[in-house]
Design a protein around this ligand. Structure first.
Ligand code: 59J
Length: 610
């Protein structure tokens, strides 16, 4: 300003005067424009240095320093003895940035061959994807062949280290163990139920990468990956193989739709084997189909039929109104209740309570149930866990159903006593039978290995439990339908069941479920085995014909593998031997309650109903 007022600078002064005088608005406008421009510049500086600083800094850094996840090792699933059932093995996923891949056809052809692909098809595929920044070449290959590809040093080809789940026992344990998806998360079975436990926590490391995303060097570890926990199952893999093999063979031989087998430790509730057919290979996700995925032994509830009779019999004996030797009249083999006709397969005449179990008399069970208060049998079933969750946490675990005794008709009470009107899974059935096999104390099932026996719940008296087990021994004896369940060297208690399946219009006339439940050794039970075969279409369909032999083929070797002391030196069953004649006469008396010689006569007339 002082320059303008200096003497001798008149011209300027004049100019200023002219300017200021002729267009003061122009001057002000210019000043304003300059100020606005200056302000914008200052704002931009503030903006870059302060406001968006972090964003820009981050953008810059992203091109060089990155935080990379470190994959956590997923926990292993093993059998009770540490045999691996699900293991995570290191693999490499090969990927490429097509923009960086060479144009050179020869080099691409070499890469294609190393990947096991046809060169021409590979090259045209790559050419179609040139605009992309990322494509998978091959996912989850074993490290050695992956390294051979990486060693070609083709620009734009990278390897990412990952883990892949491998299931050594494949279809034998498939539905129990379950499966993970390609991102290593549980999708089915115990892999899903225990996903949080098995999944570790991924770690983080800071790395320096070049502009193309290639690792230059590790900067530092932020957090190490925390591996997932291991899971030790209750099953024994050798017993599991045995169970699966025999079950699969029987399902094939009988052209059945499906089958399940549960083997339980009678003293702890631990599941020692759980097999399901059809199955699938969990190592090949492409071939998974819904039928093979189902762990039917846990997720499928079915109408149980006669395998419920021993459980109802426990309630009947607990009432103290009957003893195993109380005699009933079941002639003529059918009876009417509430307008429904209840039938036995034959007219069994006079039967003791033991005989009702031996012969599987629907009429005997009906008579007993109708002499007891409304809810006696319902209460017993309820206490045994029918209709309740087993609490395994297994995905899709079935509760089954047990309709409550509100205004029950006589027919409902009767059918419930001989096994109809409720539904139950094979695992629930095994668990309910711990009450009989374990002196009246019910044990919850466990799919995981336990340190000791759980406390359980006393559901009935030890005496009643033993009486029912003894009654069940007659089922595999000469007058029962379960002779095919016999095992050399061991006393077996069992129950057969043949159930007409329910279809769209009531009970089917030619579709059955064949069941057998067995306890061995009967003198001091170690094993409970449930076998259930769905819709046998060849070689019979009775529980005693289809399911009982599977019990013997599995429980026999299992008892020997487990080193269980034999409790029987009975000679193998031979109907001709004098000892057998005496034994049969004795048993006939227990079954029918009638002394010889009538028993011998009726025994001779009766054909074993298997
Ligand atoms: C049966 C039923 C259906 C449901 C009958 C099996 C009833 C019944 C209505 C006819 C085949 C058949 C509620 S039979 O399990 O009694 O296991 O070795 O499905 O009775 O009232 O053609 N089991 N099975 N009954 N229903 N409703 C016997 C018995 C059983 C055997 C054989 C022959 C039935 C000895 C079954 C076995 O104990």
């Amino acid at each position: 300003m002082s320059r303008y007022s200096e003497p001798g600078q008149r011209g300027r002064r004049v100019e200023r005067q002219v300017l200021g005088a002729s267009a003061p608005w122009r001057y002000r406008l210019m000043l304003l424009v300059i100020l606005v421009a200056l302000g914008a510049l200052v704002w931009r500086i503030i903006d870059l240095q302060v406001v968006t600083h972090d964003f820009l800094q981050g953008q810059g850094d992203a091109r060089t320093v990155r935080v990379e996840p470190i994959d956590a090792h997923r926990g292993m699933i093993t059998d009770r003895d540490g045999e691996p059932l699900a293991v995570s093995t290191p693999v490499v996923t090969l990927w490429a940035n097509p923009r960086e891949l060479p144009e050179d056809r020869g080099q691409l052809a070499v890469l294609a061959r190393a990947l096991g692909e046809e060169p021409d098809a590979f090259i045209s595929r790559i050419d179609g994807l040139r605009s992309r920044g990322f494509i998978y070449l091959r996912r989850q290959v074993t490290p050695e062949p992956a390294q051979r590809v990486l060693d070609l040093n083709v620009p734009g080809v990278y390897g990412q280290h990952e883990y892949k789940r491998y299931y050594p026992a494949s279809e034998v344990t498939a539905q129990l163990v379950g499966v993970t998806n390609i991102d290593d998360h549980g999708q089915e079975g115990l892999e899903l139920a225990y996903d949080r436990w098995l999944t570790g926590t991924p770690g983080q490391r800071r790395v320096l990468k070049d502009r193309k995303g290639r690792l230059v060097r590790d900067l530092h570890l932020i957090r190490d990956a925390r591996p997932g926990g291991d899971l030790t199952l209750s099953i024994n893999l050798r017993l599991q193989y045995l169970a699966y093999r025999e079950l699969a063979a029987a399902v094939a031989a009988h052209d059945a739709d499906a089958g399940s087998l549960v083997m339980m430790n009678a003293k702890t509730g631990e599941v020692l084997a759980m097999a399901n057919v059809p199955s699938y290979n969990p190592n090949n996700r492409a071939n998974m189909d819904a039928a093979g995925l189902r762990n039917r032994a846990i997720t499928d509830a079915f109408e149980p039929g006669s395998v419920m009779k021993p459980l109802a019999m426990a309630a009947i004996l607990e009432s103290k109104q009957f003893s195993p030797n109380t005699v009933l009249e079941t002639s003529p083999g059918w009876m009417r209740v509430d307008g429904y006709t209840i039938r036995d397969v034959r007219n069994f005449g006079r039967l003791t309570l033991t005989g009702v179990i031996t012969k599987s008399s629907n009429i005997g069970m009906t008579q007993l149930a109708l002499q007891l208060p409304n809810d006696t049998i319902w209460k017993m079933y309820d206490a045994m866990g029918i209709g309740h969750s087993l609490g395994t946490g297994f995905p899709g675990e079935a509760n089954g159903s047990l309709p409550p005794p509100v205004s029950w008709s006589k027919a409902k009470r009767a059918t419930l006593a001989y096994g109809y009107g409720s539904s139950i899974s094979a695992l629930q059935l095994a668990s309910a039978y711990t009450t009989l096999a374990n002196d009246g104390r019910r044990l919850p099932p466990s799919l995981l290995k336990l340190d000791g026996a759980p406390e359980g719940t006393q559901v009935l008296s030890p005496q009643t439990a033993r009486q029912v087990v003894e009654m069940m021994e007659t089922v595999v004896g000469p007058y029962g339908g379960g002779g095919r369940a016999r095992i050399d060297g061991y006393r077996v208690a069992g129950k057969t069941g043949t159930v007409r399946k329910v279809g769209a219009s009531g009970y089917e006339t030619n579709a059955y479920r064949s069941n057998f439940i067995g306890i061995a050794p009967a003198s001091d039970p170690r094993l409970i085995v449930v076998v259930s075969i769905d819709n046998s279409k060849r070689g019979g369909y009775y529980g005693g014909v289809v399911a009982a032999p599977i019990f013997a083929q599995v429980a026999g070797p299992a008892l020997r593998m487990l080193d269980v002391a034999p409790d029987s030196n009975a000679a193998p069953y031979n109907p001709e031997s004098p000892e057998q004649q005496v034994a049969e006469a004795e048993q006939a008396m227990r079954v029918t309650g009638i002394r010889q010689p009538e028993a011998a006569v009726s025994a001779a007339q009766a054909t074993p109903n298997d």
